[in-house]
Design a protein around this ligand. Sequence first.
Ligand code: GLC
Length: 742
Amino acid sequence: MNITKTLIFFCLLGVLNTAFSQQRDIPKKVDALLKKMTLAEKIGQLNQYNGDWEATGPVTPDVGNKLDAIKRGEVGSVLNIVGVKHTRVFQEAAMQSRLKIPLLFGQDVIHGYSVTFPIPLAEAASWDVQAIEKSARIAATEAAAGGVHWTFAPMVDIARDPRWGRVMEGAGEDPYLGSLIATARVKGFQGKGLGSLDAVMACAKHFAAYGAATGGRDYNSVDMSLRTLWEIYLPPFKAALDAGAATFMNSFNDLNGIPASGNRYLQRDILKGKWGFKGFVVSDWGSIGEMINHGYVKDNYEAAEAAINAGSDMDMESRSYIKNLAKLVADKKVSVAVIDEAVRRILTKKYEMGLFDDAYRFSDAEREKQAINTREHVEAARDIARKSIVLLKNEHQLLPLSRDLNSIAVIGPLAKLKKEMKGFWALNIGDEKEIVSLYEGMQNQGGKTKLLYAKGCEITDTSRAGFNEAYKTAMQADVVVMAMGERFDMTGEAKSRSDIHLPGVQEELIKAIMSTGKPVVVLLMAGRPMVFNWTADHVPAILYTWWLGNQAGNAITDVLYGSYNPGAKLPITFPRTEGQIPIYYNHFNTGRPARNDNDVNYTSAYIDLPNSPKYAFGHGLSYTNFTYSNLRFSKKSMLKNGSITVSFDLQNTGKYPGEEVAQFYLRDLVSQPVRPVKELKGFQKLMLQPGETKTITFTIDKEKLAFYNDKLERITQPGEFRLMIGSASDDIRLQDNFVLAD
Ligand code: GLC
C-alpha cells in the first residue's frame, strides 16, 4: 500500500476512532451532567414548546415569554421554528441557562423542506424504496441546513380507511410495503448517522394504531385485537426502530380504552422493553393533557403521572410536565429515577447530534443558502413525482398524447393552481414561483400544440356557470385534459371526510365535457382515494396524480406525453363508495365468501354493490404490456428451517420501455387462527425494454410464513400454501401451491 493510501487509511482510522470514542463516552457525559442538574432543570428537558411560527395543533394558553423560560432552563425542545436565523435566537437563549444545555429544534418535515416532494402516500405508490429514501435524504439535507435537528417523520401508521384525512401522510394499507418504506424514510432522514451535518433525527409516529380510528374520524378511539395490532399495525414501527429511528411519537387515540400517551403496554412493555428502544418518546401535540378529555385522568397532575410512568419522555405542548412533575416527585407518585431515565434518553440524543460540542453547528447561514432548493433537489422531486403517478385506465391507448396535436383544452379547477400541488404538511418555505402547475408544465413541453383553457367549475361549490365556456373550449380542441380533485386541505390532519366523492359539481363537469365526444383525459389530484364511479366507468384515460409537490406540472406532463411511462401501483384500496369501507385486500375469507362480484346468495356481500373495490391494492397500468410465464419452484415442499426459490419470466410485450412492479402474495390455506386470502410478501420493480424478458426470483423462508397465534407467539404451522404472482392484488398471473413440512 503506497504512502498516500497508508496516510489516508490511518487518518480515517483516527477519525473513526475519535467518533467511536466520542459515542462511547456519551453515557459517562450524560451521567456527569445529570448529577449537576437540579430536579427543575431535569423537568425542563422533558418540556417542549411550540415556537412562534405556526401552531400545528390547538394552541393552549400562552406561557409568557418562551425565551425567558428557555433561559431559566425550563425548555428542552422547541418545534415549528424555521430557518437558521430564527433557531439561533432560541439557541442563544438556551446558552444563557445555568448549564447551557442546547435545545432540540423539531419540525414536521414530512415530504420535503424547501423543495416539496409528493405526499408520502403518493411516494408509496412508486413502490420505489430507493427513490423514497432519496426523497427523505434531500428533505433532511435541506432541513438540517435550515437549523432543524429533528423531523416528526416518518408517519408509519397503517391506514385502511380513506375517510381518515391522514391517510395522505403514510404508506397505505400494507404492513410489508409500509415496513420497507418506513425503513427507507428513517435511513433517508438519518443518513450517515446522527451528528452528520446533513442528518436529522427521525421520529416514527404515531405509536400506535392511530390509523385505525373508528369511522376514519381523526383522533377517534381504536379498538382492535392484540393480534391485529401485532400483525398489521406494529410491523412498520418495528422496521423504523430496526432502521435506527432516534425517536418515536405517541398518538392521540386510545387503544382499547387506554390512551397511547399513558399506555405502558405500548411504550414500556413493547417499545422500550421487548424491542429495546434506546431513543426517546415525545407525546403528540397536547396528547398528555388530552387524557383528561379521554376521561382517563382527572387533571394535568394525574396526566403527568400516568404519562411519565408509562414511558412518555417529552411533553409536547401540554405543559403537564413542567407544571406538575416536581409536585409528583414530592408526593412520591413519580420517582426521580423515572425522570432521570427520560432525561438521560433526551440528553443522549443531544450529545449524539453534537450539540454539546457546538450548539450552533446546524445554524450556518451560508450552508443554508447553498444546500436548499438546488437543481439536483428539484430534478429528484420531478423524478419521484413521475414515479408516483398511477395510470388507472387507458382505453384505446389514448395516452400518451401526440406532440403533433393542434390543440389541447386544459379544463378544471386545479389546472392552474400552484400551492395546492404541495398537498398537506407542506412547509411553504420556498417561493410559490418554484411550484409548477399543470398548465405551466404543459406550456413548458407543449411545443407547437395550442393550449386552450377553461376552469369550468370550482373545487367544492355547486355553481355550473362555467360549464358552457368549458364545453365551448373543449369543442375547439383535439383532446381535453381535465385537472380535477380535492382542495389541498381536504386531506390531512383533522380532515376526515364522511363523503369522499369527487367534490362539488366536478363529476357533472366531466360528464358535460364527455358529451362533446372529444377524447378526454382526467387527472385526479387528492391526498386520499376518492370515489368517482361515473368518471371511472366512462372516461377513457385516468391518471391519479395525488399531490406531487413543486414539480407536479412537469411530472404530469412527462407522463401525458410519454417521456415517462407510468409504472406506479396503488398502495391502498379504492372503494366503490363509502359504504364499502373498511375494504382492504388482505382480508379473511369468512365462512361464506362471495364466489364472484355479484354472488349474493347467502354470502358475505352487499346486495346493492359488487363485492370488489373500484381499484384494488397494487393496481396500476403502463403504456406497455407485460406477460408473466414459466413459474418454477426449486422444490414444492419446504422444511421449517429451509427455503424455496421461486422463479418466473417477465416480458415486455408492448412497444414502450416500461417498469413493472411484479408482486408476490402468499396464502396459508389452512391455519389456526385463520390467515388472509393473500398477503404481500415481496415485489420487484424493474425496467424492461420492448420485447425484453427477465427472470425474477423470490425466496420463501420461514419468516414469510410466520404469523402471531392467539397467544401472540410468532409461529409457523405446517401445511399447504399458495404462491400468487401478479401485476396487482386482483390481477394474479401465476400461482401454484407448495407445502411447509413438519
Ligand atoms: C400534530 C400531529 C403530529 C405532528 C405534531 C407537531 O398534531 O399529530 O403528527 O408531528 O402535531 O406538529
